[in-house]
Design a protein around this ligand. Structure first.
Ligand SMILES: Cc1cc2nc3c(=O)[nH]c(=O)nc-3n(C[C@H](O)[C@H](O)[C@H](O)COP(=O)(O)O)c2cc1C
Length: 337
């Protein structure tokens, strides 16, 4: 048991009931695969427990890898929200092996004021969004990519920059080759039909039509995006704008459930950091849903870890945030396993 956890158990801080709504709402601003928001929380006297909600797992994610990355992202949001209350979060990941659905238990640890960096990440969460349209032509702020790599390392992950043109060309061609068959796979199409919302939908989950490009055709310098439209003509996002400024792959050293939760925390941390400087990302996980393509990307690019997500970054001034379910709907009805 870590010293911080031992201290948190010896001197337990009660979870402040009047902050629970805000804590969960902040956690729920996390990105999630198809905006499925596959998380549930249980509040005990001294801990907030995070569970996966398997009823929200995609058909194309049988192992739950993308579901756990999403929940890891929510865990980072929860940690940040606890920092805003002036406490260090003390996290036990997968604390009870006999209850695999319990992904993390989070306690309040020592009091410590929020830092200015954490405060600016928190302030950026409402504008952080997955950016599928064109970017602005400006270069990324100096030093940002190194900062994002540092974020990943802090969360026990790594962010590999694909900055050599030969490596980018290889990656783009592997993604393009895989996307044809993946986009037409029955499971994938069923996921899109279930989770992409039609224009005018009032749903608080799923991907709204106004965050989907009107045309899935990639521009130069942009990887082929997941086809969220399926030829229905529902995408409403203008394809105008510039290509992304940088391409990267989020990696973990191994490929266990713990690594997936780590990858999610790293993802949300670096996306929140980027958003402080109005830099947003396009996310691509579809090629990694195919085991052979995932293995090929890893070996061809000589990646020093398991690829968890492909990202492309750029500046944007428009920040349409996607909806979330209300915090009251995120509480586990009974103690899940
Ligand atoms: C594990 C994971 C995989 C994702 N894969 C894709 C993807 O393949 N294509 C895409 O356009 N967005 C992808 N996203 C982004 C989600 O669709 C997005 O986070 C969700 O719709 C919520 O919207 P927001 O990020 O704008 O808040 C992914 C997000 C996560 C966490």
């Amino acid at each position: 048991m870590s010293g911080a956890l031992e201290q948190a158990r010896l001197h337990p801080v009660p979870i402040p009931a009047d902050s629970v709504g805000n804590l969960l709402a902040t956690a729920a601003r996390a990105p999630s695969i198809f905006n499925t928001q596959p998380w549930l929380f249980r509040i005990t006297t001294h801990a907030i427990e995070l569970y996966a909600d398997p009823s929200r797992r995609l058909r194309s994610d049988p192992a739950g890898r993308e579901m756990l990355i999403s929940c890891g992202a929510a865990l980072f949001g929860l940690r940040l929200a606890i920092r805003a209350l002036g406490y260090q979060p003390v996290v036990s990941v997968l604390p009870e092996p006999e209850r695999p659905g319990l992904l993390a238990s989070v306690r309040f640890g020592a009091s410590e004021p929020i830092t200015s960096r954490e405060r600016s990440m928190l302030a950026a969460l409402p504008r952080r969004h997955t950016h599928r349209g064109g970017f602005s032509p400006d270069p990324l702020p100096r030093g940002l990519l190194i900062g994002l790599q540092h974020d990943a390392v802090v969360e026990h992950s790594a962010l590999a920059l694909i900055d050599r043109s030969v490596a980018y060309t290889q990656l783009a061609s592997m993604v393009a080759q895989a996307s044809g068959s993946l986009n037409s796979a029955d499971q994938s199409r069923a996921d899109v039909r279930q989770w992409v919302r039609l224009p005018g939908s009032l749903a608080r989950d799923g991907i709204p039509a106004d965050s989907i490009p009107a045309s899935p055709v990639p521009g130069p310098g942009r990887l082929v995006q997941r086809d969220l439209d399926l030829g229905r003509g529902i995408g409403q996002l203008s394809p105008d704008g510039c290509p992304p400024a940088a391409t990267a792959i989020l990696l973990t050293s191994a490929d266990t459930r713990t690594d997936w939760i780590r990858a999610g925390q790293a993802l949300h941390r670096l996306l929140a950091h980027a958003a402080t400087q109005w830099v947003f990302a396009s996310l691509y996980s579809q090629p990694l849903e195919s085991a052979p393509t995932r293995a090929l990307i890893r070996s061809r690019l000589g990646l020093p870890g398991a690829p968890q997500l492909l990202l492309q970054f750029g500046l944007a001034r428009l920040a349409p945030a996607t909806p979330r379910r209300p915090a009251s709907g995120l509480l586990a009805p009974v103690k899940p396993r």
